[in-house]
Design a protein around this ligand. Structure first.
Ligand SMILES: [Zn+2]
Length: 365
């Protein structure tokens, strides 16, 4: 019996958002026998590239004697296997966890491309990798993350290395709910960065480089010999039990929204992405409410100038354009964006949280 790896392709093809901004120029390339063809004006879906990496990862792992389970590999929204899901075809995170937990996998790797900003191209870039920050959910995720990262960071020469990170928000890092000993989530490159979208997200050569690096890390973690392409198979892996535990996990709710837009429209975002804070939406989308209310992301309220300055400095170091004003309570309130759609405020709030900046959302009139 060999080890079994769940390879999760992140999102369905039709999942709202989860695509690049429109390409200004067409792109055609043939690499590794795969032709990628993008028209000018077209938005490339994240699913397409996740499946690209998954394709090569499956090949690499099976070459090394491992077995694989492909999650969300089909080109429909979510996937239709032997488990019944919602009639709208959206595969939510909990359903995916439940499905994978029934497949007796040893580890799970969720493959993604990252996004930042309000739906237009920007400069956020780089590769990064996540494991769960909650002790009861992480399993052995940290060890797996570090093994994979040691190869993945150099997979595409010269790519910015954002590092190994933790989050309590990613259901696909919840080893307990997935019924695996370790699970990680990989953000290979930014689909909102025009160079990374063209040279990594839409590059079969890059997909393969990522996949081979991940296979090396996975083999090292499992104690299996990595077999390079063209080499003789190294024989059987050693089986283990693994895969009990059902858990409920976080991240309920299916995605909402139907728009063809990027990770969010809304030109009213005021905070500029500088340096780029990772944003990955593995959590439920928030329904948009459109009326004349506004939402403001607040990062603190201070009565002393010294504390105000400290807060502003921290925000600016993190690339957030923050401002303050004195409110009726006599305190200086620090804000990092006013939004006419609550969803955009939620998105900004998450970015700040990921950057370690406490915040809350306030409705304003
Ligand atoms: Zn994703």
């Amino acid at each position: 019996m060999s080890y079994k790896v769940a390879i999760d392709c992140g999102h369905g093809f039709n999942t709202a958002g989860k695509r690049t901004p429109p390409f200004a120029e067409a792109l055609t390339k043939t690499e590794e026998g795969i032709t990628v063809n993008v028209q000018a004006g077209e938005q490339v879906r994240e699913h397409f590239a996740n499946v690209g990496v998954a394709h090569f990862l499956k090949i690499a792992l099976e070459r090394c004697g491992l077995t694989t389970y492909m999650s969300v590999f089909g080109d429909i929204d979510g996937y239709m296997n032997d488990v019944q899901y919602g009639t709208n075809g959206t595969q939510d995170v909990v359903a995916r966890q439940r499905d994978i937990s029934t497949k007796n996998c040893d580890i799970c790797v969720s493959l993604h491309f990252n996004a930042y900003g309000n739906g237009s191209w920007n400069t956020a870039k780089g590769v990064e990798l996540y494991y769960h920050s909650v002790a009861s959910k992480v399993g052995d995720g940290r060890t797996l993350a570090n093994k994979v990262w040691s190869y993945l960071k150099d997979a595409v020469a010269g790519q910015t290395q954002r590092g190994v990170k933790t989050s309590d928000a990613y259901g696909m890092c919840n080893s307990t709910a997935l019924g695996v000993q370790a699970s990680i989530l990989i953000e290979h490159a930014f689909m909102t960065n025009v160079e990374e979208a063209r040279n990594m997200m839409c590059s079969p050569s890059a997909w393969k480089l990522y996949a081979e690096a991940e296979a090396k890390g996975i083999c090292e973690y499992l104690g299996v010999t990595y077999v390079a392409e063209g080499q003789q198979s190294g024989g059987e892996g050693q089986g283990t039990g693994g895969g009990e535990g059902t858990g409920t996990g976080e991240g309920t709710g299916t995605g909402t929204g139907t728009g063809e837009g990027g990770e969010g429209q809304g030109a009213e975002q005021e905070a500029e992405p500088i340096g780029g804070i990772a944003y990955h939406d593995d959590t439920p989308a928030t329904p948009e409410i459109t009326d004349n209310r506004q939402w403001r992301v607040q990062c603190g309220a201070f009565s002393h100038q010294k504390n105000l300055d400290k807060c502003l400095a921290k925000l600016r170091v993190s690339g957030v354009q923050a401002w303050y004003q004195k409110e009726a309570d006599g305190m200086f309130h620090v804000y990092a964006g006013t939004f006419s759609k609550r969803g955009n405020a939620v998105r900004q709030s998450r970015l700040l949280t990921l950057a370690g900046i406490a915040n809350c959302i306030k409705e304003v009139r």
